[in-house]
Design a protein around this ligand. Sequence first.
Ligand SMILES: Cc1ncc(COP(=O)(O)O)c(C=O)c1O
Length: 376
Amino acid sequence: MSKFKKFIPVNTPLINESDALAVYNSIKSGWISSEGPNVKKFETKIAKYIGRKYASAVSSGTAALEVAIKSLSLKKGDEVILPAFTIISNVNAIIKTGAKPVVVDVDIKTWNIKIEDIEKKINKNTRCLMLPHIYGLTNNMDRILKIVKKNKLFLIEDAAEVFGLKYKNKYCGSFGDISILSFYANKHITTGEGGMLLTNNPKLNDKIINYKNLCFGKGQDRFKNSDIGWNYRYTNLQASLGLNQLKRINNIIKKKFHIGNYYYKHFKNLKNIILQPNKLPYCKNIYWVFGIVVKKKSKIKIEDVIKKLNQKNIGTRPFFWPVHKQKFLIKNKYIKRIRLPNSEYIANNGFYIPSGLGLNSKELEYIKNTVVDIFK
Ligand SMILES: Cc1ncc(COP(=O)(O)O)c(C=O)c1O
């Protein structure tokens, strides 16, 4: 097979002329900061789409997690459970608020939190479950909500990777006391950077609005601030881009499914790899990224696979490094040394291949053929 001339990165966003025009119009209008009218419009549209009462835009998904957990008013010594296999933003937000992260392994099949291990970690100090949906599959929300309710925990649902995906007939992002989204360049809707907090609780929503904007006072008391907050505001320029993409959300989601299903169809019978399920009884895989785990018994090891793909001009990314293996967290005594075999195995042997919305059919076929060639 001849080599593709151009390097294919793991993500190419799809930004079109009308997106550019939307941002241009926003600049021309003079509304460039968070005060512009499109921020509110974007928040309202996202809240309606997901099915929540309130949506509040912030500067990133990471910022959204920090504001979310801060809004729960946790105390020192309160514990927050999270899976080991996820982005660093989750654990950082917990630590920054002064709470204690309690890390749980993931399910070897779905790569989401191992639900049967959650209750083993619940004690009188447990206050919250921080729950990311990983790579394109939702967690089993019926089981999760039962645990959360029984143990009176807050749920922060991290739907950063699964915008537009439904659990049964409800959108991800509609389950948490607070749920969050991300609009980073590799997300289904992107505004370069950006995030959103979603809730149905007016009191939590007031806190969210306060913390994301420096806890300013009202009216004449504007500069008498009530607490330590952040400037995590979102700009009118970003909102203009988001609003324009939201118009074609159905096509965006269709394309994500198409890319993932195409790879899955061609890779599912390759003997030396493990893939996330293509669907589960309660959801389809929306394939935020298309992950491949190389089996233990495979003769070709992950380093060689990545090298070969790179030689063929195909970009790859390693998987998340598990939270409990992050050296800085152990060194600073935020996390004890533990073994969580599934997270470690997935992280050590997993990588993902290009699946951005900007991928064209020639690139897709070339990547598919190259991967099949390596593993056949
Ligand atoms: C599960 C999850 N949560 C949060 C984030 C953070 O989002 P951002 O990059 O917008 O800060 C990411 C980023 O990819 C993510 O994958």
